[in-house]
Design a protein around this ligand. Structure first.
Ligand code: DX5
Ligand code: ZN
Length: 232
């Protein structure tokens, strides 16, 4: 059976002065998901965007908005993102005192829920909450900044996560996506897919590839990511 691969450009590397157009352009070029990085200068040493910006871009696209919370704590802000039109909300288990409760909160508000694993965070956090998870996100860099280098150990972790998810899917018939985030590009995406990821965040690789004057400026980078995925 043909595998489904989803490409999720991280708008962290987009031109924020033209954010709506940037989103329209990447989706028109064939990207599937808008990856939305939220940082609080507390859980990670950087500060980005919040629910206001999510609300502002919601009318621009029908694509899934995948909100990655790098903030602590998470419960106070989850409802704001649900209201702002997020489709998926993921958070880091270390950033919630009550992981099960936070996951339930996301689901109760009508969004898909997920946990994010830093490079050194154990997948054990999944064990007792699989029923409440729609997406597992493995960080392949330490969170906080775009443009970092892919950490190769992530490939082993992806294989482990893939196994856990496949076992769960076999047992329950319910689908869980496996997303990878950080340092993904057209040169390494084939082996990342072979290790088990089905959803690929790419920030600098996508938005850094643009030529300002080209109206179809993201066709070629999204095309080469897809071509590399076809080899997986
Ligand atoms: C890092 C963010 C990533 C980042 C990816 O903390 O979660 O989504 O923007 O950017 P690249 O693809 O440049 O590593
Ligand atoms: Zn992210």
């Amino acid at each position: 059976m043909e595998k489904t691969f989803r490409i999720a450009p991280s708008i962290l590397s987009a031109n924020f002065a033209e954010l709506g157009q940037e989103i329209t352009d990447v989706i028109t070029s064939g990207a599937d998901i808008v990856h939305f990085d939220v940082m609080d200068n507390h859980y990670v040493p950087n500060l980005t965007i919040g629910p206001l910006v999510c609300e502002a871009i919601r009318p621009v696209t029908d694509a899934i908005i995948d909100v990655h919370l790098m903030i602590e704590p998470v419960d106070r802000i989850i409802p704001d993102f649900a209201k702002a039109g997020a489709n998926i909300i993921t958070f880091h288990p270390e950033a919630s005192n009550h992981i099960d409760r936070s996951l339930s909160m996301v689901r109760d508000l009508g969004c898909k829920s997920g946990l994010v694993f830093n490079p050194a965070t154990s997948l054990d956090y999944l064990d007792h909450v699989m029923d409440k998870i729609d997406m597992v996100l493995l960080m392949s860099v330490n969170p906080g900044f775009g443009g970092q280098k892919f950490i190769p150990e992530t490939l082993n972790k992806l294989r482990l996560a893939r196994k856990k998810i496949d076992q769960y899917m076999e047992k329950t018939g319910r689908e869980i996506w496996l997303e990878v985030d950080g340092g993904v590009n057209a040169d390494n995406i084939t082996e990342i897919a072979q290790a088990g990821a089905d959803t690929f965040v790419a920030g600098s690789a996508v938005f850094g590839a643009a030529n300002d004057n080209d109206p179809n400026k993201y066709d070629s980078i999204i095309g080469s990511l897809r071509a590399s995925l076809a080899k997986a």
